[in-house]
Write a protein that binds this ligand. Sequence first.
Ligand SMILES: NC(=O)c1ccc[n+]([C@@H]2O[C@H](COP(=O)([O-])OP(=O)(O)OC[C@H]3O[C@@H](n4cnc5c(N)ncnc54)[C@H](OP(=O)(O)O)[C@@H]3O)[C@@H](O)[C@H]2O)c1
Length: 269
Amino acid sequence: MSYGLAAASRLAGKVILITGASSGIGEATAFEYANAAKGEIKLALSARRFEKLEDLKEKLISQWPNIKVHIASLDVSNVAKLTEYVESLPEEFKAVDVLVNNAGKALGVDKVGQILQEDIDGMFQTNVIGLISLTQLILPGMKARNRGDIIQLGSIAGRDPYPGGGIYCATKAAVRSFSHSLRKELIDTKIRVIEIDPGAVQTEFSVVRYKGSKESASKVYEGAEPLNALDIAELIVFASTRRENTVVAETLVFPTNQASASHVYRKKD
Ligand SMILES: NC(=O)c1ccc[n+]([C@@H]2O[C@H](COP(=O)([O-])OP(=O)(O)OC[C@H]3O[C@@H](n4cnc5c(N)ncnc54)[C@H](OP(=O)(O)O)[C@@H]3O)[C@@H](O)[C@H]2O)c1
């Protein structure tokens, strides 16, 4: 996407903290912020796979030599590590302007009664506890500065629960509920809470859900035209470059041939 001068000047020098930046939506969002700000931005990027972040950092710097990029290996499901991470951010990355709570996952499609405890824990710890805990750590600084954007990756799953998604849907409903409460709590501040609820986006998401089976993952999108990570990254950057009197409180975004979690048009051949 090509962004105007307003977007670039609204982002200039800002600190953007993105979790789950090693692939998919998080990675695309890092590129999209860099692009919108023409490199005049500071990106704090984390995920568990550090080598992927090293590649990403190299690509960002080769394209935008002025950009500042901090990378860290971080598992958001480990709450104690979140505190360490936030405390260890270099001085110039400490005042976070935009928090993109993106790290998240679905694990399996098992029905209730057969869901592995480790999958339940993995989804809740990452999608809910990690997101809430990091928000709690970043929010006091935003409150002190009376500005900042908190961008939550929700999902259609949080609005339209489906069989085989009992836990994942519940985690995204929790994100939605938490975000609504937070927006209300922050009513007298300039802090914006922005929830982005995508439908089907082709990333590593389904490979993770099917525990590494690329075959099962590709069946999810067979005959359909899913969104790609950039489609969502553009929305995230759009939302956080509106004038400060405007909050894109929530967006539900589908590929054109999707109308609910289960209504997806598929070509037959
Ligand atoms: N794709 C979709 O259809 C879709 C639809 C609606 C909502 N979403 C949401 O969008 C977000 C991004 O998903 P995606 O589609 O971009 O999937 P993805 O390609 O699998 O990316 C997920 C990212 O989260 C990171 N992550 C996973 N567990 C983590 C943990 N415990 N700690 C830190 N980072 C962790 C992964 O990095 P590491 O493995 O390196 O840690 C990866 O960078 C998720 O919250 C997902 O629920 C996706």
